[in-house]
Ligand binder design. Sequence first.
Ligand code: IPM
Ligand code: MG
Length: 358
Amino acid sequence: MTKKILILPGDGIGQEVTSSAKEVLDFLIDEYQLNFEITNMDVGGTAYEKFGSPLPDNVLEEAKKSDAILFGAVGGPQWDDLGWDYRPEQALLGLRKELELFANLRPAFLFNELASASPIKNHIIENLDILIVRELTGGVYFGEPRAIVLDDPTPYAFNTMIYNEDEIRRIAKVAFESAQKRNGKLCSVEKANVLEVSKFWRSIVSDMAKDYPDVELTHQLADNTAMQLVLNPNQFDVIVSGNLFGDILSDIAATLTGSIGMLPSASLNSSSRGMYEPCHGSAPDIAGQNIANPIAMIASLAMALRFSLNEIGLADKIDNAIKQFIAQGFRTKDISTTDEYMSTSEVATKIIEIIKNG
Ligand code: IPM
Ligand code: MG
């Protein structure tokens, strides 16, 4: 059966990094006779300029039919003043919600060779390997009611942080099962000392623990986790959290590795269809210069092969090639400690060469 892959480069360096990932994908399709059909479409500011919407209807339709979506990045200063519905970020939020991509997997791992790029002392982050499981379609990001109320003597604004039991159970299940496949530790993060929604979250996750006797469950308050991630990140294996805290904690975790340009992510729904994107943004300051690091996007392609396209062997090949690429001393500008570095377009060629030499 043909698998459908939709490539959405988006804005800024999204264009360059997705074309690198596509080069690797084209090579795999050719080499291993894969029955994949690839479609390329615009989203974000690029789509707004051409079609007046950051997420045109036909893109959403195509996304719904796809097995995997490779998403580059969206956003740029030229679109900062647009109205809410026209902002490039709406492409991301709209796809997450419409495709019910509730499970966001954000691995943060350190290539020990790159430890010196981290702002944290080497002995603290050595061997870092954390998976953040962030709830992605609920919580305060999408909770209703929400509004900015200006026609009031005291203008005000509000959002609603809400989770129902099913939403908590389905994300916690993903997290428990991820912990089972990793080192058997799960830390659930919220603010149960302040928020009702967090207290409820904690009680549901605690209740589920009895079904996973092989997983050691702990609970932490989000502010403490922010601190613990910096002080002693190796205490964590899998972290599960709601949409807002997960957003914040995953940025901290990514930064620990010193190389946000290396980290992939997956956003999955209950039928294992997914959207795959690098953790970094559109980086307008370096867009078009052929210096962006495409490894996070190429590693996101590996996650797509693993979770949505049933090609685990090929995912392993890409992951191994990235490890070798780093071990052999190849560097892009963001992770280079000298004046020498590879351009964006050279990386895919090298990764393909390493895979070929297997
Ligand atoms: C992320 C980003 C998005 C979010 C923005 C761009 C809407 O920060 O994917 O982490 O807040 O979820
Ligand atoms: Mg974020």
